[in-house]
Design a protein around this ligand. Structure first.
Ligand code: ACO
Length: 384
């Protein structure tokens, strides 16, 4: 360590000689154009191709939303069942340790599918449909394989959300649960240039294939800063336990400098419209009364405390808070929450892949160099 510090002291570091604008995390940088989703963080509005999220949740299905994102046209009806898994995908899922993170299983299944099918350039709507339909079957199969159970073939009559529940639990899903999951899928389908979508676009910009782009997107979403919050919301509410304990628990957590899960957002400075839509869905679900009344009471208290502690920084409920309620109400194990979020985002990822390919330009930004200035290797002095 001392040697390293001495070496650094004698080195000439090129420090910020490049004066071009730089925004860490690309925050506030316009890095592309899209006609898919519009996230209006100030007003708390989200639209897909101009249609507000609350209308899409109320009157649409995930299959219609996916077609809208892929083709630009709102179909009167659409049917998107889950897809059968090719044998090599099942073999790869069986080869994974049962303790593997479900996101890794999903990424592996996508990668094997890509190696078998070799989707070509340019990407197509058919490829987008195929990958979106593959993912729920793959996740359900892994969830069963890790418990020593056999995977279940898709029911072609069911839509994606209901089909996923059928292949996961092995029973015809309750229509209300399938509808609630479908609504969750709609709210998760698309959200602008988030980290995973941007990753998919970067990969596509090299003219790589759609399966590689989705693998990269799943990898980006696996990070806890992107896809990990809903299971943390469930933990948080379990720890709080009852409304009487909430005030002290929240104060203690904030005093320790901890983040309250399901609150705050990089873009929204208002109530996340997806949280509002999912709260309505959760309120309509059977068997949710106790859990939901705790969640609502904790939310009210948390919003009050966040406003007191951060008067200059609007901090509101984000989508993950009520996503947790819906996913928990359906009976999904919390360790499947992040991968279930990934299932929903397939429509958006693949729509961005198609959009990127239509007006493609290699995404290759510059980096500001802050390393050593040009120098000679030790013992190889310049002879100039
Ligand atoms: N609880 C308590 N304080 C918070 C929270 C929170 N959930 N979110 C932000 N703050 C505070 C920060 O401590 C910071 O305070 P300071 O200025 O005194 O240090 C201030 O608000 C600003 O926070 P930033 O980190 O600058 O906000 P950023 O935009 O980077 O963070 C994020 C957004 C990561 C979502 C953050 O709000 C957070 O960690 N939330 C909890 C995790 C969560 O719910 N994630 C899901 C997000 S939705 C999604 O990904 C689909």
């Amino acid at each position: 360590m001392a040697r390293l510090i001495n070496a650094m002291a004698t080195e000439q570091i090129e420090h910020k000689t490049d004066q071009r604008a730089y925004s860490p995390g690309l925050e506030g940088v316009l890095a592309g154009e899209s006609s898919l989703g519009k996230v209006d963080g100030e007003r708390g509005r989200l639209t897909y191709r101009g249609y507000p999220i609350e209308e899409l949740v109320r009157a649409g299905t995930y299959a219609q939303v996916a077609e809208l994102l892929w083709t630009g046209v709102w179909p009167d009806s659409a049917h998107l069942p889950t897809a059968p898994l090719p044998d090599p995908v099942v073999a790869a899922l069986r080869a994974l340790p049962p303790t593997a993170p479900p996101m890794d299983a999903l990424r592996t299944a996508t990668s094997v599918w890509g190696a078998i099918n070799r989707p070509g350039w340019p990407p197509t709507v058919e490829q987008a449909r195929a990958l979106t339909a593959l993912a729920p079957s793959a996740l359900a199969a892994f969830a069963r394989i890790r418990q020593g159970k056999a995977p279940i073939d898709p029911d072609p009559e069911l839509e994606l959300a209901g089909g996923f529940l059928y292949q996961l639990f092995g029973a015809t899903p309750d229509p209300a649960a399938a509808r609630a999951l479908d609504a969750y899928f709609i709210t998760g389908a698309e959200h602008g240039f988030n980290a995973s979508t941007f990753t998919a676009r970067v990969i596509t910009s090299t003219q790589s294939d759609i399966a590689s782009a989705v693998c990269g997107a799943i990898g980006a979403m696996k990070g806890p800063l992107h896809g990990g919050a809903p299971s943390e919301v469930v933990n948080q509410l379990h720890q709080i336990g009852s409304v009487e304990h909430a005030e002290k628990w929240l104060d203690d957590a904030l005093d320790r400098g901890e983040r309250l899960m399901g609150f705050g957002h990089r873009v929204y400075r208002a109530y996340d419209p997806r949280a509002a839509a999912l709260r309505q869905v959760a309120e309509g679900m059977a068997g949710m009364a106790d859990w939901l009344s705790l969640a609502v009471a904790v939310e009210d208290m948390a919003l009050r405390k966040l406003a007191q502690r951060h008067p200059d920084r609007p901090l509101f409920t984000n989508v993950e808070y009520y996503a947790a309620a819906v996913l928990q109400g359906i009976g999904l194990p919390p360790d499947l929450f992040p991968a279930t979020f990934a299932l929903s985002r397939h429509a958006g990822w693949t729509a961005h892949v198609l959009e990127q390919a239509v007006a493609n330009r290699l995404i290759r930004p510059d980096v500001r160099y802050v390393g050593p200035a040009e120098r000679s290797l030790p013992g190889v002095g310049a002879t100039r």
